[in-house]
Design a protein around this ligand. Sequence first.
Ligand SMILES: *Cc1c(COP(=O)(O)O)cnc(C)c1O
Length: 455
Amino acid sequence: MSDQTLNSWEARADANSFYGFTDLPTIKERGTTVLTHGKGAYVYDVHGREFLDANSGLWNMVAGFDHPGLIAAAKAQYDRFPGYHAFFGRMSDQTVMLSEKLVEVSPFARGKVFYTNSGSEANDTMVKMLWFLGGAEGKPQRRKILTRTNGYHGVTAVSASMTGKPYNSVFGLPLDGFIHLSCPHYWRFGKDGETETQFTARMAAELEETILREGADTIAGFFAEPVMGAGGVIPPSAGYFQAVQPILKKYGIPLIADEVITGFGRTGATWGCQTYDFIPDAIISSKNLTAGFFPMGAVILGPELTDRLQAAADAIEEFPHGFTASGHPVGCAIALKAIDVVMNEGLAENVRTLTPLFEEGLKRLSEKKNIGEWRGKGLMGALEAVADKDTKRPFDGSLSVSERIANACTDQGLICRPLGQAVVLCPPFIFTPSDMDKMFDRLEKALDGVFAEVA
Ligand SMILES: *Cc1c(COP(=O)(O)O)cnc(C)c1O
């Protein structure tokens, strides 16, 4: 029974909802923010407070919170055919059209698409595909998965094992066979006197040593975000993908680009791999795929993996995998519209137009004495707070500096996200120059207030 006597939204949220990825002391002190609706890049809570959401929801609401075209596409598809599956040789017409579209806009000359309900499930599915291939191709020992420290790939048992974050140890994860390489963040992990080129070479050497140590024929694949997102917006060191891809090719290890955040325009090109000038063997997509209007993920296979998986499936007459809502017609209709809106209605173009303004703002705030680094690509960026700019020494963890900054931002009517000791910004593609000014003004006030308290 739920307690009907509770009279505030905050208390009701607390009473019956179990929070995930939420700082519980902050909730105790400040209460849950209960939202009712959104307009453009702004969201509104039950008390009528307005917030500029500088994180596009959770990186995904790139067309804002009330895009009329997306809402109309969803309504029309609900009227026409509100749900179906993609099993047993049936699928909706929307699913057929979305697969065509995804292959068309992918960097692949040809390919095939498999649908899930989330990014985690898409990564999980890709791992199962690689394990399936290992078995089918007479290499059942080919099961290990390589990812990077600070990489984020999701929360299912497999995708959490791929995620290179210490918090997963509370679940006894990672599972065996998930190997985390170093994080290619030069500013933080470069050694004294090491150039960025030398740093990249060290990352590549570590990859090759790991392959040789583990045995190339025990490794099923290497997964990487073109720009790490939930790790704190970390672009790779210069030349990183050009250095690692030839090594992977040499040992026959597929390179999977996890483009859940970087896909569909976030970094300035359609795909992050295009921004960084490499072609992966498969792409994992979610989040922006439906502009956040429907839960959906997709594995987009390049030509070689398409052929190998097709042969493996043909041999046993079935690929025994799929979710009840894989290729959901409403999700597919929304995704078709979202891709059209982003690519053809000026949103991708707006990312490129706003990027210089965004970088200028980040750069300006990085001059503060307690900001160690600004970083980013396209419309994803971060400011890293430090206690000491010269030594890059972080603040004492007990100060919860980035939580304080995020809370101070909320008080200013700005939603941004604390990540480690960084503040992450990931504005929707519909942002205007005036939203950008507002975001940086509010963020600066919050930073000044918090640094005056802790520094
Ligand atoms: C969010 C994210 C995921 C997981 O997606 P969910 O839909 O939350 O399961 C996977 N990879 C990357 C790069 C992400 O940002």
